[in-house]
Design a protein around this ligand. Structure first.
Ligand SMILES: Cc1cc2nc3c(=O)[nH]c(=O)nc-3n(C[C@H](O)[C@H](O)[C@H](O)COP(=O)(O)O)c2cc1C
Length: 158
């Protein structure tokens, strides 16, 4: 099995996640080719058993370059894909100190749903979606992020 991995990392956190995923999949006997979307054409994706798309969050959405990439992509209909975003860790409310629940976050944080809608709408088939958090606007990645990537790798059927 081979995986083609497309990311739109701006500050390097998503690029680190991609490299970690590649290493973890190598131990499972799966080759992963990592590309930044600026280096590839959305109109000529290489063949793959699985496509992985990874974007940082921006104002509740995937970063604009990834939205444009997915909208302009010649999607291989029926092909399998997974999504692995990098998103800001939920911040406690300044007054109450309460951290928003997943349900509350889902109202404003639409990074994965927007990517899913675009890919699913293009006829592709989702096998997994997940996120790795960053603790500041530009990173670093959350503690234990490597283990999170490993768990995500486990969810990809080889
Ligand atoms: C202007 C700006 C807006 C951001 N908005 C969001 C957001 O709405 N949701 C989110 O999860 N992360 C947001 N972030 C944090 C990004 O998730 C973070 O920069 C990114 O995951 C880092 O990945 P990268 O190093 O691969 O670019 C924002 C960051 C910046 C600089």
């Amino acid at each position: 099995m081979n995986v083609e991995y497309f990311h739109a990392s701006k500050y390097g956190n998503g690029a680190k996640v991609a490299e970690e995923f590649k290493e973890r999949m190598a131990t499972r006997g799966v080759a992963v080719n990592v590309h930044h979307i600026k280096d590839v054409s959305a109109k000529a994706l290489p063949p793959a058993d699985l496509y992985l798309f990874s974007a940082p969050g921006r104002m509740g959405k995937p970063i604009g370059s990834m939205r444009r990439f997915l909208k302009g992509m010649d999607a291989p209909a029926g092909a399998r894909y997974a999504i692995l975003t990098t998103e800001g860790a939920p911040q406690p409310d300044k007054k109450t100190g309460r951290v928003p629940t997943e349900e509350e976050l889902a109202k404003t944080q639409r990074v994965i749903p927007i990517m899913s809608e675009l890919l699913h709408g293009a006829g592709m088939v989702e096998v997994a979606a997940g996120k790795v958090l960053v603790t500041g606007m530009k990173g670093p990645l959350e503690d234990g992020w490597e283990a999170k990537v490993d768990e995500f790798a486990d969810r990809i059927e080889v």
